[in-house]
Ligand binder design. Structure first.
Ligand SMILES: Cc1cc2nc3c(=O)[nH]c(=O)nc-3n(C[C@H](O)[C@H](O)[C@H](O)COP(=O)(O)OP(=O)(O)OC[C@H]3O[C@@H](n4cnc5c(N)ncnc54)[C@H](O)[C@@H]3O)c2cc1C
Length: 508
């Protein structure tokens, strides 16, 4: 094949295919090039309120009602039941002691449940990526993208303002020319290698290792603990985290009996467990978590283990002459707090803004700066969280910063006031930005009570979710009262907040 395109997008994961669809809506000709073939296994599955809000906004802006359906569990189930996904009512965290069955005290000091939605209908989801990415790739073709899979690109060259990309496809040699290359091939991906780009570094983020797979037959964790019947949501209908000194485990259930599970480990914890055999590493980790391993006792692994070390990756720049890395190609931090989708979608939104007004260089430069700044802010938070892993009180305090920033940002956006929440995690906010940096410096260094006090002070002006409240003993439901009380913080009034809640299916 030989053709001319405005944009060549490398990688047809959710980000590449979605970007391709939106670029078509903006009148660009697009070739979407994929090394593999859908459906294929992909990791990165858990959405958040902010990522779903960004999906909704993109769906409305580009008149894509089918995309909006994927922004909530209820509409997803009603309209696309054939695309598997999981119900995510929030985040649940359980702190484990090495080799001991999990238990807690009357203060629930070894658990944290933070609801993200008031009911199942408007809840977030875990995306079963083999299904979801296949769906999006087909939509990209429907939208008029040229799609080329099983293609191994081995050469790129820029000549006269256009790129020539060439390689081998299943049917023979592949070659095309495009004005822009958008790299959606993931961390340390296509452009980084082909152009020999310089790697950067996340200060203060440990070089963690990840190991993961998909399983069937995983039992629900919560059923062994009757006290969870009174919890704000079933802890398994969530991004379920098991934390321990040196790392943590995620367990994400889909509605097709498949469960995604994996560990992220500090370099020391990973080195202590690695003898070259992923299965032995996995089994060794499970032995240290007896209550979790009980839930996996009849589980069957349905994918080979994947191990990535290190997990973090950062490019020194996200753009250059004629090329752009999508956020996950420019950098990846860690699965903790499920930030990958929202960072990808913020980047996609910025690239749409840039294309929509005729691709001005100044807007593209802004994309590069903001994308890397969002990644760095996330890395600062996650790096600090790793320092608190063996200390539940400090971890809870630190998590409050994340939940405060994202819930405030979501509400500000839903009220049509995105300017109140500048930068991911409010990093550019004149008050929250410096305060969060002070808290992160203290995390894992200051006594947990001091950190909690510092965080409570930083969160107070942005607390739309009743966070940092010890009387809740680690269980944070979504409550309309919390939001109504925070009307001033959102430069709003109770009537506007009530209208926003009604618009968004809030029945609690
Ligand atoms: C262990 C782990 C857990 C994560 N958990 C979460 C989470 O819970 N929530 C969240 O929001 N984010 C999570 N993430 C991040 C998430 O994976 C990314 O946000 C998401 O996958 C980004 O999608 P993507 O389309 O950019 O990349 P990918 O899904 O990685 O897709 C890249 C595509 O590019 C193709 N490709 C690669 N190289 C080439 C090449 N040279 N030529 C052509 N095609 C190529 C690949 O085959 C693939 O189809 C996690 C990441 C990891 C590593």
């Amino acid at each position: 094949m030989s053709a001319d395109f405005d944009v060549a997008i490398v990688g047809s994961g959710f980000a590449g295919s979605l970007m391709a669809i939106l670029a078509r809506r903006l009148g660009r000709s697009v070739v979407l090039i994929e090394r593999g073939r859908h459906p294929r296994f992909a990791i990165g599955e858990s959405s958040t309120p902010l990522s779903n809000l960004l999906l909704e906004d993109l769906a409305d802006r580009f008149d894509l009602p089918w995309l909006r359906a994927f922004s909530k569990w209820g509409t997803w189930q009603a309209i696309h039941p054939e695309v598997a996904c999981g119900l995510k009512r929030g985040f649940s965290f359980f702190h484990h002691r090495d080799g001991e069955a999990w238990s807690d005290d009357a203060d629930r000091s070894r658990q944290l449940l933070v609801a993200a939605s008031p009911n199942d209908a408007v809840a977030d989801t875990h995306w079963h990526r083999p299904d979801f990415d296949l769906f999006l790739q087909r939509k990209a073709v429907e939208a008029g993208c040229e799609y080329q899979d099983e293609t191994r690109l081995d050469h790129v060259e820029r000549d006269g303002g256009a790129w020539e990309l060439s390689g081998e496809a299943s049917g023979g040699p592949f070659r095309c020319r495009a004005r822009w290359i958008l790299d959606a091939s993931g961390p340390d991906g296509f452009l980084h290698r082909q152009l020999g780009l310089e790697a950067g570094h996340f200060q203060g983020l440990p070089a963690t290792t990840g190991i993961w797979s998909h399983f069937t037959g995983v039992h629900r964790w919560e059923t062994r603990f009757p006290e969870f019947q009174a919890a704000p949501f079933p802890p398994d209908d969530a991004a379920l985290h098991h934390l321990f000194d040196g790392g943590w485990m995620w367990v994400l259930r889909f509605n097709n009996d498949v469960t995604s599970a994996g560990f992220a480990l500090t370099p020391e914890a990973a080195a202590a467990r690695w003898n070259g055999d992923p299965e032995a590493m996995w089994n060794g980790l499970m032995e240290r978590l007896p209550s979790v391993s009980e839930a996996f006792r009849s589980a069957a692994r349905i994918q080979p283990f994947q191990r990535r070390s290190p997990l973090p990756f950062r490019s020194r720049s996200a753009t250059g002459p004629g090329w752009i890395q999508l956020p996950m190609a420019a950098g990846f931090i860690d699965p903790l707090f499920s930030t990958g989708f929202v960072l990808s979608l913020l980047g996609i939104e910025r690239l749409c803004d840039w294309m929509e007004v005729g691709e001005p260089q100044e807007k593209l430069d802004r994309y590069g700066v903001e994308t890397l700044a969002d990644l760095d802010a996330t890395a600062d938070l996650v790096g600090a969280a790793y320092r608190t892993l063996g200390d539940p009180e400090s971890f809870e305090a630190l998590s409050m910063l994340y939940f405060a920033a994202v819930s405030y940002s979501e509400c500000a956006r839903r009220l049509g006031k995105p300017g109140l929440a500048p930068g991911f995690l409010l990093r550019s906010h004149p008050r929250f930005g410096p305060d969060i940096r002070e808290c992160l410096l203290a995390a894992g260094r200051a006594p947990s009570a001091d950190l909690a006090a510092l965080v409570a002070n930083a969160v107070r002006p942005f607390n739309v979710a009743g966070l940092c409240d010890r009387s809740k003993r680690g269980w944070y439901p979504v409550s309309a009262a919390d939001l109504l009380q925070a009307a001033d913080a959102l430069e709003s009034d109770p009537d506007a907040i009530r209208a926003m809640l009604r618009r968004n299916g809030f029945d609690g």
